[in-house]
Write a protein that binds this ligand. Structure first.
Ligand code: ZN
Ligand code: ZN
Length: 625
């Protein structure tokens, strides 16, 4: 922790007045006009006769309206002989915290030999809400060391700090303190515990605490809902949201942000639309972060029309909103639209940030816009002084690799000012796979398997690379390596939303009541596809992410089951939207093109990387994905 000076004795209080000019000369916060206050504000009255009383000070504190006013009152306190008055000191510390001058608050605080519990709490709260979590925890430890007992006002903020640091172990210790000091039935403390456990990824303990709470309010409900959303528990998030509504608790902004995130994740457009309606009813639609979340949700659910409409209707556009709409166009492969939006944004005078550049570079990559990508990468450094981060390098390597400039991509990696991580090398390996560069691919894959030996995707990519060259012995070697290291392939699944329900399909799934019809439809589609020239790509059946046994399983990859189910349950001509958790395999990609032609439907598949719009036998990705 940074202390300005270590004045702890009472001497400090007597000399405080003389210290004031020095404090201000330090110019702790350049935005605050200390000098102006000192030299241009009305002179502080020092004569006994006009000295305000403590009652007058109470009124002064109550009327304190801004930072300058506070510093004037503070000076007045010092010259009026009240510098040792705990009531005044409490007020002064609290007000410096209110006006976000943590350093001056701390300076006053550290001059008090025995601060009150209130003062400790105010300081801990100040650090926690200012994002200085380490300092807040250090202060808490010092408070205990000095023999003070924390109370129900201390714990919410100290738990907030543990959550901010994602420090579960410390959080558990503090939970112990909560029980020891007997404040475990306080609703604010309990809500903070729920929030801490959820943010530290321990959602089950969060739930245990939540279930034991006697009184649940909006704060604790929201902590649980956002905790579920952030921990990828989609179903629980939606369930808890409706449970909260049934309990008569009105959702807040964070609650809405959580459910929109989940709808986008699931590709649940209808549900997302329902929430949109609810947001309008409750008056949250004017909140720019909600609009951004709505745009993101519509984009991820494949409804670019709505995303665009919302964007154009919004008057107040911040950089996050602009980045969101650029990202939406990017993942749909609308590179040109993303670029024209970026240009429009610059024209309005808005400054792009790191995230904006990730979005625009990724858009260029998904659409193969090499020169534009290079220009943005350079402009980011030269015009905006932004140092490229790992995401920017990953996008650039992906773009270069996709367009076949594999060695340039490798050189870019070599010039990186820090160690490239697995995502950067993974992007290069994808390029090697697309362009069949065995030599480089092998080297990159070896590196990746060293960096992240538990990531199944890299084994699969390497195995695919060997399979494409019919190097079956190597394919086998990779598989055995995977087995030896205990690496499991992630289970592939696809989602389809129908009548407010999201149906999930696994590989060769037969749990759906309509399974028989689904499989029969796939059989008949397969024979029509063959007539039109479809040839199954067997290597994907043998070696791609999901399946490894037999040719027949190609037909039953999860996205095909979902497509057949959708065809059976939607009206003729309706667009079909499927969400898949992994990358779509080459064979399913080819088959879906044929299916879109046979059934004359648009089929939109969102896979792990991007959107594929299948129409009239073609895909929007141009076979690069
Ligand atoms: Zn497949
Ligand atoms: Zn595609």
């Amino acid at each position: 922790m940074k202390y300005l000076c270590n004045l702890k004795s009472l001497d400090f209080l007597t000399h405080h007045y003389f210290l004031i000019p020095n404090i201000f000369c330090l110019s702790l916060n350049p935005t605050k006009t200390h000098d102006k206050m000192l030299y241009h504000s009305p002179p502080v009255q020092t004569t006994e006769s006009t000295e305000p009383t403590s009652t007058a000070f109470s009124m002064l504190f109550q009327s304190c309206r801004d930072y300058n006013h506070l510093t004037q009152i503070h000076a007045k306190v010092l010259v009026s002989g009240f510098q040792g008055n705990m009531f005044m000191l409490n007020k002064i510390v609290a007000l410096y915290i209110t006006f976000s001058d943590l350093q001056l608050a701390h300076l006053v605080f550290s001059g008090v030999r025995r601060p009150t519990c209130f003062m400790w709490n105010v300081m801990i709260r100040g650090y926690a809400t200012g994002g200085q979590f380490v300092e807040s925890i250090q202060l808490y430890c010092k408070m205990l060391e000095m023999g003070f007992s924390p109370d129900k006002f201390t714990f919410p903020f100290i738990l907030k700090s543990s959550a901010g640091l994602s420090d579960l172990e410390r959080g558990k210790v503090i939970h112990g303190h909560v029980i020891r000091y007997g404040v475990h039935n306080d609703r604010f403390v309990d809500a903070a515990l729920v929030d801490m456990y959820a943010k530290c990824g321990s959602i089950c303990i969060a739930r245990l605490v939540f279930d034991k709470m006697e009184e649940r309010d909006l704060v604790s409900w929201t902590a649980m809902i956002s905790g579920y959303a952030q921990n990828g528990c989609d179903t629980e998030t939606l369930e808890f949201f409706s449970l909260m509504q049934r309990e008569g608790v009105q959702p807040n902004r964070v609650g809405f942000l959580s459910v929109l995130l989940v709808c986008g994740h699931l590709g649940a457009l209808k549900k997302g639309e329902l929430f949109h309606g609810f947001i309008i009813q409750t008056g949250f639609e004017s909140d720019v972060s909600i609009t951004t979340a709505l745009i993101d949700m519509y984009g991820k659910c494949g409804s670019m029309d709505m995303a665009g409409l919302l964007f154009h209707q919004t008057g107040e556009r911040d950089v996050v909103l602009w980045s969101a709409i650029i990202a939406c166009h990017g993942m749909h492969g609308h590179g040109r639209e993303a670029i024209s939006l970026y240009d429009e944004m610059i024209k309005t005078g808005m400054k792009p940030n790191e995230v904006t550049f990730t979005c625009i570079l990724s858009a260029c990559s998904h659409s193969g816009l090499l020169e534009r990508g290079r220009t943005y990468f350079e402009s980011m450094i030269k015009d905006y002084g932004i140092k490229p981060n790992m995401n920017h390098y990953t996008c650039m390597v992906d773009l270069l690799g996709r367009t076949g400039l594999l060695f340039e991509a490798e050189n870019l990696i070599k010039t990186m000012p820090y160690e490239p991580d697995a995502s950067v090398w993974g992007a290069l390996l994808s390029g090697c796979r697309i362009h069949g560069n065995m030599h480089l691919g092998e080297r990159v894959a070896e590196k990746l398997l060293e960096l992240d030996p538990s990531h199944a995707g890299y084994y699969v990519l390497l195995s695919n690379l060997y399979a494409a060259r019919s190097r079956w012995r190597d394919v086998d070697r990779v598989r055995r390596l995977m087995l030896r290291r205990g690496v499991k392939k992630p289970q592939g699944f696809s989602l389809f939303e129908l009548d407010n329900y999201v149906y999930m399909f696994g590989v060769e799934d037969r749990t759906n009541p309509q399974s028989e019809k689904v499989y029969a439809l796939l059989e008949s589609l397969a024979s029509r596809m063959r007539e039109l020239g479809y040839v199954p790509l067997i290597e994907f059946a043998l070696h791609d992410v999901e399946e490894e046994t037999k040719e027949a399983s190609l037909v039953y990859h999860s996205e095909r089951l979902a497509i057949a189910f959708a065809l059976l349950n939607t009206r003729l001509g309706a667009t079909i939207r499927i969400t898949k958790n992994l990358r779509i395999c080459g064979d399913c990609h080819s088959a879906t093109k044929f299916i879109s032609k046979i059934v004359e439907r648009e089929i939109i598949v969102r896979d792990m990387n991007r959107f594929h719009h299948f129409k009239h036998g073609e895909c929007s990705c141009g076979d690069y994905w």
